[in-house]
Ligand binder design. Sequence first.
Ligand code: KG4
Ligand code: ZN
Length: 353
Amino acid sequence: MTYQVQVRAALPALRKKDHLRILAMETSCDETAAAVVEDGRVILSNEVFSQIDMHALFGGVVPEIASRAHVEKVTPVLDAALQKAGMALEEVDALAVTYGPGLVGALLAGVSYMKGLAFVTGKPLIPVHHIEGHICANYLTSPELEPPFLCLVVSGGHSHILSVEDYGVYRLLGCTQDDAAGEAFDKAARVLDLPYPGGPRLDRLAEEGDPAALPLPHPHTAGKYDFSFSGLKTAFLNAVHHQQQVHEQMKPADLAASFRQAVVDMLCEKTMLALSDTGAKKLALAGGVSANSLLRRQMQALCDERGVPLYKPALPLCGDNGAMIGSAAYFRLMRGETASLSLNARPSLSLFR
Ligand code: KG4
Ligand code: ZN
């Protein structure tokens, strides 16, 4: 029997099982991550090998170093995930892997590996969209959450306001016209000489600063729910450079707090607009930047005022991890979405049909 025929024959019985355990792999950027997730909502294990130290020297992710590190770490990380879950490979029901978007060489490391594993075990392989994984991190933190809800996705490469209409059904309302929010945080952090990855460090520094110290522009966007961060970033850069030239630099904490406030104000303003226009009953945050402490506080206060429940991934689930891929994979498997062994990496994969 070919792999594809075998998987198709096994699916109906698999989907009727009381519990489904999925072994998931994530290698789209600079984290080699594997996890075992039960029924899309329960984490049995979640192992992450972060390559941050390898890239910090270069001030950003070096694609070739990332690919090579994934190739090296994929087996030990996957072994650790199985071991922590107390399971043997034969005991998992299905396999899952991020196949896009991301760095092509990094994605290929995970995709090739998991295809090999699918071939030898005969288990279904579920292809997962990285951003869908970030959204599904909310199902792990808040197992009671169900669509429909509005979601603000803010990561290193994406900034979207989208409506999660059902499992796997997404409608884009707005997105960034230039930089992603995480990218903007990283660039501003670099101007402040903070080491890579700058976003979390800028966030920490900003806690001690005055957010009103440096007035920054409020960028205009054509789309009602769109973002633009590049003007903000340039204004910040110019202000810091000017201060350096005249030897009158503000405290780095004040600069960090002012920049963070401007980004968070823009994210909150557009999200609240989309919330009231759509009449959505719930809001969720997703992606690396959802770990930002001001974004979490400010969005919580705004949602409390409106009586709208806010869902935030637990801090360890905001950044890239395997558990979020295992969650997204469960809902895909329930819809019968499995990959063939010709699955390829898709660096620019879209979430929208
Ligand atoms: O989702 P993620 O881990 O990777 C991508 O899919 O891109 O997001 C990484 C981004 C980086 O730009 C990082 O600086 C940013 O999220 N980030 C933060 C914080 N934690 C991570 N930005 C601001 N404040 C944070 N606390
Ligand atoms: Zn990510």
